[in-house]
Design a protein around this ligand. Sequence first.
Ligand code: NAD
Length: 397
Amino acid sequence: MKIAVLGGDGFCGWPTSLHLSDQGHEVHIVDNLSRRWIDTELGVQSLTPMDSIQERCRIWKDLTGQALHFHLLDLATEYERLRQWLAEEKPDAIIHFAEQRAAPYSMKTDRHKVYTVNNNVNATHNLLTAMVETGIDAHLVHLGTMGVYGYSSVGAAIPEGYLDVEIENLQGEKKGMEILYPTKPGSVYHMTKSLDQILFQFYAQNDGVRITDLHQGIVWGTHTEQTKRHEQLINRFDYDGDYGTVLNRFLIQAAIDYPLTVHGTGGQTRAFIHLQDTVRCVELALKDAPKAGDRVKIFNQMTETHRVRDLAEMVSKMTGAKIAYLPNPRKEAAENDLIVKNDGFRDLGLSPITLAEGLLDEVVEVSKKYAHRVDRSRVPCVSAWTKDIAGRIETDP
Ligand code: NAD
């Protein structure tokens, strides 16, 4: 297949591009490199030394003989170029990773909120309308997030996208209907992902666009089979307070002898998936495309759930690091449950890598190896969800 990977220079997009290229697909990476500019804005860098996207593509070609094509294009602000690109290249499948993906960054200031909404909502809508306008029949696979749902209530598992409900009509009869599982976003970033869902629902029903939406958990891990093949193919690893997800922060804190900073009681439960399983799930989703006219196919792309304090304890046991409890910069429940149905990918044959078996590799192979590149001052989370929380943030463990 000819596959466009939008956001293919990013943490999930790069290893996915390599994985699909390795399988013989013709891969086109489309990216505006905004993530690299955000690193510059924040004064941070990936823990792992990343080459330019052009250099990465060159190394892959030298190593495998397979070309990876790179196109510099902004999905959100260059609509005409995007439409023209689709009309010329006519990809068979499009994988859409190209959004601003950090909740803390999206809550930093009003400017960051505006940027995140403009970038994410326009990127997704421009893509959908350009697909319809050019008449290409590509399968669109989007990376959404489990975070749109908030957390489980009444002890029920979060289903894969849809909920059967019963409502009473004016005649007093009970009628069944299927609705999108309600979202309850906890940040501006998650709000944009909730809006994406509605855009997908509309274009699937109105124009027959074939769409799969993967509601992904927090991705951990750095390497995949392909990124390990050459030092210069290494993936990015974010550890800073905005982009570093909780487990990456713990790993790096342990490596530099900094206490593991748990926010609040650490009773927040989160869903996780290893990067290698992320790329496998995208491959499985591509093979199981919906037909025109089908509803949006939704998978919960996660393999395990953990409470933040339990994760901290797991890393602490492995490394000897201390744990520090700090006030939570987010506005969220102190404790939550998260029960998730993930039968979709299990039925398609996914056999996941668990934290228990893969975490030690990350400690030794990545965090300890590159610890000398860490700027300690960038580790604390300083983006507060509301102005009054900002006044109570403590960053010194
Ligand atoms: P990332 O920031 O590393 O990568 C996103 C890429 O998209 C970057 O290379 C960026 O330059 C590009 N991009 C952003 N806006 C663009 C635009 N307007 N035009 C062109 N390119 C643009 O993020 P990631 O961690 O790889 O996440 C990828 C997707 O997966 C995101 O949509 C995110 O919401 C979703 N996701 C990620 C995680 C996770 O733990 N990393 C969890 C759940 C969902």
